[in-house]
Design a protein around this ligand. Structure first.
Ligand SMILES: *[C@@H]1O[C@H](CO)[C@@H](O)[C@H](O)[C@H]1NC(C)=O
Ligand SMILES: *[C@@H]1O[C@H](CO)[C@@H](O)[C@H](O)[C@H]1NC(C)=O
Ligand SMILES: *[C@@H]1O[C@H](CO)[C@@H](O)[C@H](O)[C@H]1NC(C)=O
Ligand SMILES: *[C@@H]1O[C@H](CO)[C@@H](O)[C@H](O)[C@H]1NC(C)=O
Ligand SMILES: *[C@@H]1O[C@H](CO)[C@@H](O)[C@H](O)[C@H]1NC(C)=O
Ligand SMILES: *[C@@H]1O[C@H](CO)[C@@H](O)[C@H](O)[C@H]1NC(C)=O
Ligand SMILES: *[C@@H]1O[C@H](CO)[C@@H](O)[C@H](O)[C@H]1NC(C)=O
Ligand SMILES: *[C@@H]1O[C@H](CO)[C@@H](O)[C@H](O)[C@H]1NC(C)=O
Length: 396
């Protein structure tokens, strides 16, 4: 009896926490997969295809985005298989779900088999600091131009305080974002630029060489079972990025994998990049010997850089020291360039211990960063700003 009572109480707690984790205004996995594989989509779904197709509403994603009402309604757009060569800029605040067609149901959870590319070729080669990196991004999600600017200096572009928040619930499934400017680092060449918005990316690919993924100020992004490919500082920004069960592909080395700029705020923040249960490896076997022990896990873009590789496999491409310094910006007690239970040939314990900048966290220090609910904060510093994450996918 006592046990049964305990069981009911436990069950109530579990049901309650499951309810808390339920996502607002989203497709169920079953409805989404039906749309992606059988093209049987919820009413109102817009379909994009540049090849003639009886279901098609638009020939470019930007045209579909521009047709959406500027309100808080939830909108879904399906891109049929193919490569779309366009730069896409999304300023709308209402929830948006972008789906990539995947005719093969068994490939829906494998980003390496995606059938939809969004491509754009551009890199910022301006050395005077007058042209911003945002102009060279495949996808831009931000409420205004100001909100999307990287800027320069220790604190970056001073986004005006009265700038509104952007997209509250942005979701993408099975789409690859490719900046195809060059086959090596030739200046900042974003695959995505994501600021002042909340977004989840599931089974997506992000391919470029330099500065592939930019999470700007007040950007909160969650990436799940995705592929993140690059060479130089390719996970960078000011916001918060949580990477779960993904593949980080090294196409060469330069700078570091992560290059974050933190911001001092009156309440504690968690700005930084957190990589969990993932794999870091050479993009292919041809490049592997060239980059052996040469790629740094990260370097501090400013002293408030924060990054953690947790429970993550590292192949032999990683430098013995793990992280490296950058123009002496590393500052004791401010910079956090860490690992937690990282493993594999790239994890050289002696090298890490010899390093003055790499940190190995214990479970107590790691706890604060161990779960999206602890990492994603509301603007007043409270934990649990995660209603925009697709928990049905993540908990499956
Ligand atoms: C999209 O195109 C289909 C096929 O022509 C049409 O039935 C549907 O109403 C269109 N949807 C919208 C929102 O215009
Ligand atoms: C969307 O909702 C927010 C908060 O509920 C509200 O402040 C805002 O005015 C709404 N935006 C539009 C375009 O209706
Ligand atoms: C997407 O781009 C990759 C890399 O260029 C290419 O291999 C793939 O075939 C493209 N997919 C489609 C559907 O065009
Ligand atoms: C994105 O669209 C907004 C609104 O039209 C515009 O102000 C901004 O300049 C655009 N950003 C880019 C990088 O094109
Ligand atoms: C291996 O990856 C590098 C870097 O992306 C690329 O330049 C090269 O073409 C790839 N080689 C093969 C055989 O795929
Ligand atoms: C953050 O605050 C510390 C301590 O006041 C200061 O030394 C540092 O320069 C500030 N960093 C930034 C990026 O504002
Ligand atoms: C860093 O913090 C530790 C513990 O709080 C303290 O002992 C040490 O003096 C601090 N170092 C610097 C450079 O502030
Ligand atoms: C580990 O790093 C140290 C330098 O700190 C180096 O001497 C040693 O060769 C490295 N071991 C391996 C297996 O790479």
């Amino acid at each position: 009896m006592l046990f049964y009572g305990l069981f009911l109480a436990l069950q109530a707690i579990l049901v309650h926490s499951a309810a808390l984790r339920q996502s607002s205004s989203s497709l169920t996995t079953a409805a989404r997969e039906k749309c992606q594989t059988d093209l049987q989509c919820p009413p109102g779904t817009l379909i994009v295809s540049h090849a003639a197709h009886p279901l098609s509403n638009f020939t470019s994603l930007q045209a579909a985005i521009s047709s959406l009402p500027n309100d808080n309604s939830s909108q879904t757009i399906l891109l049929l298989s193919g490569s779309y060569n366009e730069q896409v800029n999304i300023t709308r605040s209402g929830p948006i779900t972008l789906l990539g067609q995947q005719p093969d149901r068994s490939a829906l959870t494998d980003a390496a088999r995606n059938t939809v590319n969004l491509t754009f070729a551009g890199a910022n080669q301006d050395s005077t600091g007058t042209i911003d990196n945002v102009w060279y991004s495949v996808l831009i999600v931000a409420p205004t131009l100001d909100a999307s600017l990287t800027g320069s200096g220790t604190t970056g572009y001073p986004v005006p305080a009265d700038t509104p928040f952007g997209n509250t619930n942005f979701r993408v499934y099975n789409i690859d974002f490719r900046n195809t400017f060059s086959e090596y680092s030739a200046g900042p060449a974003h695959a995505i630029s994501f600021s002042r918005s909340n977004g989840g990316f599931y089974y997506c690919g992000f391919y470029s060489y330099q500065d592939t993924i930019y999470i700007g100020k007040l950007g909160s992004a969650y990436m799940y079972k995705s592929i993140l490919a690059g060479q130089t500082d390719f996970l960078y920004g000011f916001g918060t990025l949580y990477v779960q069960s993904s593949e980080i592909l090294l196409r060469s080395c330069g700078g570091g994998i992560t290059a974050w700029k933190g911001t001092n705020t009156s309440v504690p923040n968690n700005y930084g990049v957190y990589i969990h249960d993932s794999t870091v490896r050479a993009a292919n076997t041809s490049i592997a010997p060239d980059i052996k022990e040469s790629c740094a896990l990260g370097r501090p873009w400013n002293a408030l850089h924060r990054s953690i590789f947790a429970n993550t496999y590292e192949d032999g491409s990683i430098e013995p020291s793990g992280y490296i310094n950058w123009e002496d910006r590393w500052t004791a007690n401010e910079t956090l360039m860490a690992e937690y239970k990282a493993y594999g040939p790239g994890f050289n314990l002696t090298g890490r211990e010899d390093s003055e900048v790499s940190v190995l966290l214990d479970s107590k220090e790691y706890a604060r960063y161990s779960d999206p609910e602890r990492v994603f904060l509301f603007s007043d510093g409270r934990v649990g700003n995660v209603a925009w994450i697709d928990w049905e996918v993540v908990n499956s």
